[in-house]
Design a protein around this ligand. Sequence first.
Ligand SMILES: [Mg+2]
Length: 269
Amino acid sequence: MTDAGDPAAPTPSQVAPGRVDGSRGGDRYNGPMSFPIRAITLDLDDTLWPFAPIGVRIEQTLDAFLREHSPQTAAMFPVDAMRRLRERVFAENAHLLHDLSALRQLTIAHALRESGGDLGLLDAAFDVFYAERNRVEYYPDSLDALARIAARVPVAAVTNGNADLERIGLSHHFAFQLGAREHGAAKPEASIFHAACAQLGCAHGEVLHVGDHVEMDVAGAARAGLRSCWINREARRWEHPELAPDLEFDTLTALADWLDAAPVATPNR
Ligand SMILES: [Mg+2]
């Protein structure tokens, strides 16, 4: 766990988005910096659960569905070919990158059409995909830590992915879920962070954004004027040339511990 900033906690208005990580390891460092926050925005994929196993299961489940209901589609687009098609559809539709569900539907429709399959299968195929996408396997610390964090401050999910917290069964911990699809733009765009802050009723500097991704989460939040926390479960090196997280933890439990020790104000609602 490291703190990337000056241990003297600035007020939110003094937070320089993206301070250069020049003070790490300094003589005065004696633990994570403490500062007040009023709410948390939380990334989902690779923060609460790993996405890679979901991605594998999605491919296998869709393949099994097509083998049963549209064998010619499965024959023309086995898992590897379907993955290449998906990458092509994503690349050709950059304007939809904030809407992964639409891109998945486009991919399936393309495969059905090209293989002479029945486009009437599209909804059923997407339902199979989407059910699998919402079957998550949490990191061991996630559920307990999330409950502790949500008991301290309002938590809003801010995600570029298409997970559905209702279907997953986690929505009771969240004030709301803001997805790139609903917002119309994806992290690291400042607008999605600002929309979440507005809905939380908090100033930008009163909100801590927590996530695994250097650019989408930490750099995006810092540029938008939020506090930032990097969840770094795999001991990666911080390599962004200009920006550094306010906080870095290897688990959400460590964040919950930090929050227990931090001054917390109740949001004005
Ligand atoms: Mg993530």
